[in-house]
Design a protein around this ligand. Structure first.
Ligand code: CDP
Length: 805
């Protein structure tokens, strides 16, 4: 039965396993119109929901009159908080231990807040009926600034009035949510007091929004006959939604099926639970027919989870020759009307305590104060692991400011403070244990690739030419070295609403040697169907092309915590490798039986087990799979399946070195990105082509955030950037050619040494773009200016520095 063995390399290449730039298998569907998104779900008799939303940022709701709306032909129901109250669903728990109104209960706290839910025959009728619902509001004073909120007599959350204790400890004021402290404050202050040099800076990381191309939505279908509730939705964590839906509704979990079909981008926007999900479920239960709710773009920008909005104040101390001795950081975090941040329970400010970055800083202290304001809730990790973007922006700006204070080159300052290779695993001052890194090698490679010294020389010449009046263009060199922390997380540290953050993979090998694997994660464009099959191909010897990957259906997939924070590869990827190894272990016993040798006398070789020392005697995985089902093997049960639930021992710590070269027109404020070099180290690389795609995407979203993307409010709490005319989404016009590069420093604790990558480029990209702008003006005295660096703000920076004559 044995075929002539093709050579080993050919057999390995045929598997398309790890390290291969396998083309994305999902793209055949996507490029041929066969994607299946929530709005593609169309069920017989389906009704459509639409929201009445508050035009005010803070107002008392005195009366809601639905009579005219109900008279409109085609309207089936209009739900208000009063209808949800008997079900206990007019408020819902948030991921951060707070509670949030599902529909306005007495007052509204942000513009665009959900007030009533209209259910109608079609979307157009629902939209018309929304206009007919008459709501009487009494305007209240609006607070959009967290510092003002902490001084104000106005109580935003009247439901919490008098409560001095919140989900994360004491509340200092009626608009205060929590204080979260990490590190040693006294020791840090002492170091600062005695330091040779201390640099201080305040910076605002503006409010922005993940803005996935597909907005949020759900279709709920309650079958009253069999008691089953099925919900299709834009869920980054479908199993969590199922458990929460069961706990809230009282429907037993086996009677709820949650399906995340294709998802058109998530970036953190689709982690939380929104009133639209709850209302479509309630409406389906009430009406007995399926109900669909799909947001429009303005609703998505105005009311679903925002990102950032951190006011950060830093102090960094060093010796005169640039060795950093301490770091102090205070954050005032604007959480909007409800604390709905999507962070692991014990981390109310996410992993902001990675803010010592890639540097060996002996002592540090971080305090974060969460505050309520009249803005939309959220606080998601927009393409980053929980608040890591804020942390990396903070430290990379502090390094630049310290370099100015010391009169030192910022590249050299980084280099002398990097954690050295021999210090890993490295215990950081704020508690994390970095698994592995080789920062100096990566940095040196980057500096050489861009000819850093040459760039600085050119920049100096440009400054002189500018001063002589020969050019109106300045040159900025943006530097960033970042360390991410991804793969939440060890269950002992990380849970969401009490649910431990492990993940899972279940694999079933069919008798003919092909397979299906199901995971607890859900791809939103990252290419899981391609890459997880590659891990299994290498681990089991079954070609990736013969493995189907399925995610997102809670009736079939093993329980998992979903995809966000680049956790898929570090957690589910590990589960996948281990499930593959379980398959291999059983296959080894079967092969030994078939070859009539002891288990220990066979060894795995790419796609087969061979008898040690007799390579001509072997059984391929195909043959083994067939035998697993069709041959009675004493002591071994039939079938070839495995499941693995993986609780990682630690996070993984990918890192990277980025350089951006920019020319800035001083008179128009228009920046031109001449060059962007990105070196990423995500440990073992599963699919280099997909990694490159992830880097391009992450950098483009970084460009957006650094150079213009913002959710801005006026003093009355009106959202000024609620459409894509005002909210910046970059196109090919703005996006430069990215140069990608890599080093490989495997994670020592991950079964295949892989770290996450999807979010690294965003985390490193934002400070790199920002640093390039700021660096251009450094020779003229700029120390720090806040993002977003849109043309107007860049022009204004030049103007404030007197560069317009
Ligand atoms: O959790 P999420 O999928 O967003 O992020 P990720 O784990 O960083 O993975 C993003 C994509 O990059 C997936 O398709 C991974 O399989 C792929 N990847 C890779 O090829 N090699 C790595 N070391 C890390 C991720």
């Amino acid at each position: 039965m044995n075929d002539m063995a093709p050579d080993r390399e050919n057999r390995a290449a045929g598997l398309k396993g790890m390290g291969c730039s396998r083309k994305r298998v999902e793209d055949v569907r996507f490029t041929q119109g066969k994607g299946n998104y929530v709005d593609d779900v169309k069920l017989p008799g389906m009704l459509h929901g639409d929201f009445v939303r508050s035009p005010y940022a803070h107002a008392r709701v005195k009366n809601i009159d639905i009579s005219k709306a109900m008279e409109l032909d085609g309207v089936v129901a209009v739900l208000t908080a009063k209808d949800l109250e008997p079900l206990g669903l007019h408020w819902m728990p948030t991921l951060a231990g707070d509670k949030q109104m599902v529909l306005a209960d007495g007052k509204v706290l942000f513009q665009g807040q959900e007030v009533a839910f209209v259910v109608a025959r079609d979307r157009y009728v629902a939209a018309d009926a929304v206009e007919l619902v008459e709501v009487e509001y009494e305007e209240l004073p609006v607070i959009t600034n967290p510092f003002e909120a902490l001084q104000s007599d106005v109580v935003l959350r009247e439901d919490l009035e008098g409560q001095t204790e919140g989900a994360h400890g004491p509340r200092k004021h009626h608009n205060h949510i929590f204080t979260w402290e990490q590190g040693d404050e006294a020791a840090t202050n002492e170091v600062m007091d005695n330091a040779e040099v201390v640099a201080e800076e305040e910076m605002y990381y503006h409010r922005t929004h993940p803005c996935p191309l597909e907005t949020c939505g759900a279709v709920a279908s309650m079958d009253k006959v069999n008691g089953k509730l099925t919900v299709w939705g834009t869920f980054q964590a479908p199993h969590v939604v199922r458990t929460v839906a069961s706990l809230l509704s009282g429907i037993e979990e086996h009677n709820i099926r949650v399906i995340s079909p294709d998802i058109g981008g998530g970036f953190g926007n689709k982690v939380g639970v929104y009133p639209g999900y709850v209302c479509s479920i309630v409406a389906s239960i009430v009406t007995g027919v399926p109900v669909k709710w799909i947001e429009d773009r303005m609703e998505n920008l105005m009311s679903t989870a925002f990102a950032r909005d951190y006011w950060m104040k830093g102090r960094i101390s060093a010796t005169k020759d640039g060795k950093i001795t301490g770091l102090h950081c205070h954050v005032t975090a604007d959480h909007g009307g409800f604390d709905a941040c999507a962070d692991p329970t014990k981390f109310p400010a996410g992993f902001m305590n990675i803010c010592t970055g890639s540097y060996d800083i002996p002592v540090a202290y971080l305090a974060v104060d969460g505050v309520y304001t009249n803005k939309a809730p959220g606080g998601v990790s927009y393409r980053c692991s929980f608040r890591v973007t804020e942390a990396v922006y903070f430290i990379e700006r502090m390094i630049e400011v310290l370099a100015i204070e010391l009169g030192m080159d910022a590249a050299e300052l980084r280099r002398i403070n990097f954690i050295r290779k021999d210090q890993f695993p490295y215990k950081a001052a704020l508690g994390w244990e970095y698994d592995s890194g080789d920062y100096h090698t990566a940095w040196d490679k980057a500096m050489k690739a861009v000819d850093y010294d040459g760039l600085r020389k050119e920049q100096a010449e440009r400054v002189e030419a500018f001063k002589r009046g020969e050019t109106r263009s300045l040159m900025g060199i943006g530097l960033t070295f970042f360390t991410e922390i991804v793969g939440a997380g060890p269950v002992k540290n990380c849970d969401i609403l009490g649910m431990g953050m492990f993940d899972s993979c279940e694999i079933r090998i069919h008798p003919t040697g092909s397979a299906i694997a199901r995971l607890g994660t859900i791809s939103q464009g990252q290419g899981h169907a391609t890459t997880f099959a590659q891990i299994l191909a290498t681990e089991t010897g079954i070609p990736a092309d013969s493995i189907t990957i399925e995610e997102g259906d809670t009736d079939t997939a093993p329980y998992g915590l979903g995809t966000y924070g680049s956790r898929s590869t570090p957690v589910a990827g590990a589960a996948t490798a281990l499930a593959g190894r379980k398959i291999r272990a059983k296959a080894q016993m079967i092969a030994a039986y078939l070859l009539e040798v002891h288990d220990d006398d066979v060894e795995f070789d790419v796609d087969r087990f061979v008898v040690k020392g007799a390579p001509e005697r072997f059984k391929t995985m195909k043959e083994i799979a067939y035998a697993a089902y069709n041959q009675a093997i004493p002591g071994i049960e039939p079938g070839l399946e495995a499941v693995s639930y993986y609780d990682p021992p630690n996070m993984t710590y990918p890192f990277g070195a980025y350089v951006c070269v920019m020319d800035i027109d001083v008179d128009t404020g228009v920046p031109t990105i001449r060059r962007f070099y990105a070196l990423d180290d995500c440990g073992t690389r599963i699919n280099p082509m997909i990694i490159e795609g992830q880097v391009h995407g992450g950098l483009t979203e970084a460009l957006a955030v650094a150079l213009g993307q913002e959710i801005a409010y006026d003093d009355l709490g009106n959202v000024k950037t609620g459409t894509l005319m005002d909210f910046f989404l970059p196109t090919m016009v703005e996006v430069p050619n990215y140069e990608t590069d890599h080093t490989v420093t495997p994670s020592p604790h991950h079964p295949i040494g892989a770290k996450g990558v999807g979010e690294s480029p965003h985390v490193g990209g934002v400070p790199c773009f920002s640093n390039a702008i700021q660096d251009a003006f450094r020779p003229f005295g700029l120390r720090h200016t806040n993002m977003p660096h849109d043309h107007w703000r860049i022009w204004k920076t030049a103007n404030d520095l007197g560069l317009h004559g």
